[in-house]
Structures are given as structure tokens and as C-alpha cells.
Design a protein around this ligand. Sequence first.
Ligand code: DSN
Length: 413
Amino acid sequence: MRILDAADPELANAMGLELGRQRNSLELIASENFISLAVMEAMGSWLNNKYSEGYPGKRYYGGNQFIDMSENLAIERAKRLFNAEHVNVQPHAGTQANMEAYFATIKLGDKILSIDLPQGGHLSHGSPVSFSGQFYRIASYSLDPETETIDMDHVRKRAEEEKPQLLLCGYSAYPRTVDFKEFGEIAKDVGAIAMADIAHIAGLIAGGAHPQPFPHMDIVTTTTHKTLRGPKGAMIMCKESLASAVDKAVFPGMQGGPFEQMIAAKAVAFGEALKPEFKGYASQVVKNAKALADELMSLGYRLVSGGTDNHLMLVDLRKKGITGRDAERLLEGVDISTNRNMVPNDPQKPWIASGIRLGTPALTTRGMRESEMREIARLIDAAIANRGDSKKLAAIRESVHGLCAEFPLYPEL
Ligand code: DSN
């Protein structure tokens, strides 16, 4: 920051304020995390300067011999983490990776069977406001209305009825374990491509805290910055038989020059995830989520599906008389960072929503454990219960800052 302080004080000021916000708030957004300084260094490097259209050993520009070394490291490490036969580390973001995966495997107008956004899916899985809902025909499976979990008999029935060309599993707000084996068998039985979007749980999979999608899936996409704790970006993994189609869909199909500084940062993050300590991290994320969920339920909160098996939970706030939007704003006011989220069959529109989504990847990176999670549940409850009392809210904010100070973030910066 010292160089930027002098070169562009205005921008450096905004960045400094954001660092302060991250240090002094409790980050519970399930898709966020804190990257290591090594990942950060690779991202902010001279690798940014190079054009490298193509793939290692086959580039359309000269001077890529060292860039090839870096991209190959990312590919080889990702293969080891996920037992993947082929990996493309060039997708810029999760939605692009999904678009490229569809382009590689199905034709425009083909049918995708996936879960709806309000039930825990993602915009790029078929929402009418996304390219996915406009370029493809979309059919959906839904959560079981009683258990609020995915019932594989229902998925099989829907797959047999709809006969999709692609069956998609993968969620942005589903707190339970995904049965990749059963999804893979259903896809095979109806002649569909089996695809998983593991963006949320990639780090849990890499750390052994969730089952692997391969060999059950044909193609798997993920972002690299959520539980996997890498730079903002994505990748596509697939069976060897799809390798050439995937590579062509990414470049030249959908993208031009790869972001080699981000690919290097992916390599660093994958190297970190291959270390034994990462297993401890992944299992602690899950233990922390369970502790937070249990304490919230004991305080009278209803959790969708009655709890969590992974890093996130969906809190249905209707019983507490506050909407998701208002709870998100209230908690932001005491420096607890969350996001509003629809719950299954939500009567509210997405902008308001009846719930909030909470996740533990970022606070686990900060070193927090189960006792801090229980304390945070009590702070959330106290804020919601005392939402009209500015004195009490100020005291809660002080407690949040006290907790943050015990777990310093980026003390080296
Ligand atoms: N924004 C991501 C999330 O919060 O889950 C999904 O794209």
C-alpha cells in the first residue's frame, strides 16, 4: 500500500477504509473468505502484463515459457485436489465457467434440469433473467416440502419425465450434503450430461469434508474464491472425453486472453489446499457452522432443513417478525456482515426475502472456533431482539469489535 499511498492517495484511502471494515466486522457471508498474503502477492504481480491466448505449450503469443510453468502448476494441483482427468483454469468467473460448460456439452435450446433460484440454485443455472434461462429450455426439480432437502427419488422422477440433455446439481444456498453418486446414476440412466457446480463447497471437498464429485460427474465447475480460499475466478474440470470441447469453449469460444496473474494466484491457493492443514480448516468450517446453527436454533430460530452439514445455513426469520433485508441492514449496523436470502416458498420478493444466509468460511480462516460461533449467535439474537434500542445496539457493536480484535486480520499489512 505504501506505493499506492503516494501514487493515488484517493484510491488508497478507499482501500484502507475497506481493510478497516474487514478487520472490524464479523464476516458471515457464506461465499466470502480471506485469501493469504501469498495469494494476494501473486494476484498483484507482473504476470498481469502478459498476453497468453491459447494453452500451455500452444500459445498465440511469444514469450510464454514461464507463464506456461505457472499455468501448468495450477492445472496439476487442481487435478490432484479433485481427482480430475482434465482441468481448464482460465474461466474468469463462475457464471462464465457455467456458460462455457454448457457450450462444451449441449446445444442452444437443449434442456437443463436444475433447481430453482429461490430453492437454493444460482442465476446461471436457468433463471429467466440470466443467459441460461434464455439460451436453454429449463426444467426444475424442487426441495422436498417437508424436509426441505433434495429427495433423490423426486430428482429421478423429474429426470425421467423431462429427459434433459444436462442434469445439474450444485447450489448457492443449500446446507446439506450433495449425493453426486446418485445424481451421476440418474443422468446416465436418462442419457444426460452430469454436471456439478461446486462453487460453494469446493474447499470442503478439497479438504475432505464433503464427498468428491468425480468419478460420478462428467463436468464440474467451481469458483476459486469461496471455501477454496483462492483469488476471484473459476475453473472447469471434466472427463478426458470432454477436454477438447471444454478448452475450445473457453478459448476461443467465450474468452480471449487469460488473466495469468489470477491463474498464478489459483496455483498458490491450490498449493495451500493440498497441505495437510487445509483438512483441519475444512473440518473446522463445518464444526463452526454446526455450532452456529445449534445455538441459533436453541435461541428459537428456524433453520431451513433443520440445520446444516456444510459451511452455511439459511435462517428463516418469519417467526421473529423481521424480513431478510431488514435483518441484513440491522446486522450491518453492528458490523456483522450477512446477506438476505429467500427461503423455500418465500412469500417475499428477492429484494426483501424472508431469511438470511450465514456461513463460517471467513471467520474460520480468522481462527475462530465453536465458542466464538455460539457467542456470535447470541450477538445476532441480541441485535434482532433489541432492534429499536440504539444503546443496546451500540453495546453489541462494541462486543463485535472486541471479538474482532482477538482475531487480528492481516496484521502484517
Ligand atoms: N455470489 C455468490 C454467492 O454469494 O453465493 C454466488 O454467485
